[in-house]
Design a protein around this ligand. Sequence first.
Ligand code: ZN
Length: 79
Amino acid sequence: MPKPKRYRCIVCGRYFPEGQGIVIRRAGIELAFHSKTCLAKFFKLFIERIDESEFKRVSRELIKEFEEALKTKQAIKRI
Ligand SMILES: [Zn+2]
């Protein structure tokens, strides 16, 4: 049996097995976080440094999506 893959948290250096933690892959880059706290630490810096116009565009888009999802949830509750 192959050994389960292990990841290393890029924030604190802790190792964790596949299925635990949060692993994000995009554009050939793999970001591994052992906990939500480490993910939050990373993304706080990430959004401070990312291009401002791109940040604005994506933020507005996601805020809208979450607002829509909340409306739907509330609509279901009311029924
Ligand atoms: Zn960590």
